[in-house]
Design a protein around this ligand. Structure first.
Ligand SMILES: Nc1ncnc2c1ncn2[C@@H]1O[C@H](COP(=O)(O)OP(=O)(O)OP(=O)(O)O)[C@@H](O)[C@H]1O
Ligand SMILES: [Mg+2]
Length: 265
């Protein structure tokens, strides 16, 4: 498969990254609290992972940052802007792909560019490059239902990356991808991130993935989600170039994360 995402998808210069401040956020669905008094600050250009049991509110928190989910209490800032709805800074890779089933791969990837008012010819070119980078060339005219889960996830990834966002919100983006491809994607994501310096919030169920990718890992408690622990990951970068996975430091951190999560269950 093609190595992906190493070069910027659009011609413009990488935009400056933005800080995210989540300040005392609570959210309930009916009588059921999903998030309780969550405060997290993600530094500009930081790579932060969220991990926690199913149903603890990870997707809810990501959607709130993206402006897709209003919160009941607290506030969220993206750079200087208080989030009250979707903004141009954020791009999200959805857990369920959220592809438009009636549109081709090409149109799905162009969608975010269309919303940002990019002209047709540039849209087509940028989307074409993003599709090639995630290894889907030849599938431009296919419909989502004709693709495997992993391929659909790559379309979601291409769509999010095509707009070169300042903030990249990723909800288990590699969950449906096989282990070998997943490692390639992780490395490519790190390479891209070090080039573009987007601020990343990355949701995963994989402890290894969280430690490998992140500057910090936020552990949420079981439903309703609260910030349970924040784990620093002081492993050297670039990680994709060195043998970080084989290092004692890496193993120790994964083990520490496992102990934290085991106690939570
Ligand atoms: N639109 C909604 N309407 C009602 N309840 C919801 C809605 N979205 C989420 N919930 C509830 O909020 C809680 C948190 O859901 P969320 O999807 O954020 O969890 P999660 O941590 O992403 O879980 P998973 O790891 O399984 O993806 C769950 O109890 C879920 O049932
Ligand atoms: Mg989720």
């Amino acid at each position: 498969m093609a190595r992906v995402m190493a070069a910027p998808a659009a011609a413009s210069r990488a935009p400056a990254s933005l800080e995210i401040v989540v300040d005392g956020v609570s959210k309930a669905f009916g009588a059921m609290p999903a998030l309780v008094d969550v405060s997290v600050r993600v530094g500009a250009g930081e790579f932060l992972s969220l991990i926690g049991p199913s149903g603890c509110g990870k997707t809810t928190l990501l959607k709130a940052i993206a402006g897709l989910q209003p919160v009941d209490r607290g506030r969220i800032l993206v750079g200087p802007r208080e989030v009250r709805g979707p903004g141009p800074e954020c791009s999200m890779v959805f857990q369920d792909f959220a592809l438009l089933p009636w549109s081709t791969v090409q149109r799905n990837v162009e969608f975010g560019l269309l919303l940002r008012g990019v002209a047709a010819a540039e849209r087509a070119a940028v989307a074409g490059r993003a599709i090639a980078k995630v290894g889907l060339d030849g599938f431009e005219q296919a419909y989502p239902a004709q693709l495997s889960g992993g391929m659909q996830q790559r379309v979601g990834l291409a769509r999010a990356l095509a707009v070169r966002p300042q903030i990249l919100l990723m909800d288990e983006p590699f969950a449906s991808i096989d282990e070998q491809t997943r490692r390639l994607f992780q490395d490519d994501l790190l390479a891209l991130w070090s080039e573009e310096r987007a601020t990343v919030v990355f949701v995963t169920h994989s402890m290894e993935e969280a430690v490998y990718l992140s500057d910090r890992v936020v552990v949420l408690s079981p439903r309703p989600g609260r910030v349970h622990r924040v784990l620093d990951v002081p492993l050297p970068r670039p990680r994709e170039a060195s043998d970080v996975r084989a290092s004692v430091g890496f193993t120790r951190l994964v083990d520490e994360l496992w102990k934290i999560l085991r106690k939570l269950q």
